[in-house]
Ligand binder design. Structure first.
Ligand code: PXP
Length: 237
């Protein structure tokens, strides 16, 4: 089974555009679960321009499925996740100013740093995942950090999919095979949508989780959140 974890950052972005509490991020998280999502993902950034640290604290007690917190493992971030204790932390190497995550970890040069962080998170019983691109060297070095899982950064797949889906998926199939051989659990995310999700799922056996935000929240504007979540779940059968 591949779990659908809905990234609700965009709900917070909309709320923050006006101040106040519309739309309500906590209600949105609960509704996503009620409509079938098997997890909730948030990505608190240092400037709190979408999900705020306090949102993260408030969400944990009201959701009943898997909670995944993504972010750069700064001291503040680590303090937050140790307090909140989500099921999973996905480490992302993005700089504070980046619009969205736009690269995976260089696990060769940051292996020791990641190892330390992962040890710290494991001591709090938090599962870890490293956001990563598909090069074999990166996957091999990820496995040396002790991480439980890797999340394949699917933006290059999504970009190429409309032009040549066979070519688009090829490096992901190889990365997934290697990750499995090394005993790493496999997640995927970024730029997944109703067009490209099913093909990814079909070609990557053992995919444990996808986290999807931008396209899913945009689709909810057209189809409604309940319908949209059901549509995404159907791509994962
Ligand atoms: N995975 C990671 C690590 C991310 O940073 C993001 C974006 O916050 C996503 C998945 C979801 O990407 P999208 O919003 O394009 O679905």
């Amino acid at each position: 089974m591949t779990r659908l974890s809905v990234n609700i950052n965009k709900i917070a972005t909309l709320r923050n555009a006006r101040g106040g509490n519309i739309p309500n991020v906590l209600e949105a998280a609960k509704n996503c679960e009620r409509f079938g999502a098997q997890g909730i993902t948030v990505h608190p950034r240092p400037d709190e321009r979408h999900i705020r640290y306090q949102d993260v604290r408030n969400i944990k007690p009201v959701i009943t499925t898997e909670f995944n917190i993504e972010g750069y493992p700064s001291d503040n971030f680590l303090q937050l996740v140790k307090e909140v204790k989500p099921h999973q932390v996905t480490m992302v190497p993005d700089s504070p100013k980046s619009l969205t995550s736009n690269q995976g970890w260089d696990t060769v040069n940051h292996k020791d740093f990641l190892k330390e962080v992962i040890k710290e998170l494991h001591s709090e019983d938090i599962r870890t995942s490293i956001f990563i691109e598909t090069a074999p060297e990166l996957i091999r070095n990820a496995s040396k950090t002790g991480t439980d899982r890797v999340e394949l950064y699917t933006e290059p797949y999504a970009r190429k999919y409309p032009v040549n889906k066979e070519e688009a998926i090829e490096p992901f199939i190889r990365a997934a095979e290697l990750a499995r051989e090394l005993g790493l659990g496999l997640n995927a995310g970024h730029d997944l949508n109703l067009e490209n999700l099913h093909y990814l799922k079909q070609n990557i056996p053992g995919l444990l989780e996808v986290s999807i935000g931008h396209a899913l929240i945009a689709d909810a504007l057209y189809y409604g959140m309940e319908n949209t979540i059901q549509l995404y779940l159907r791509q994962l059968i």
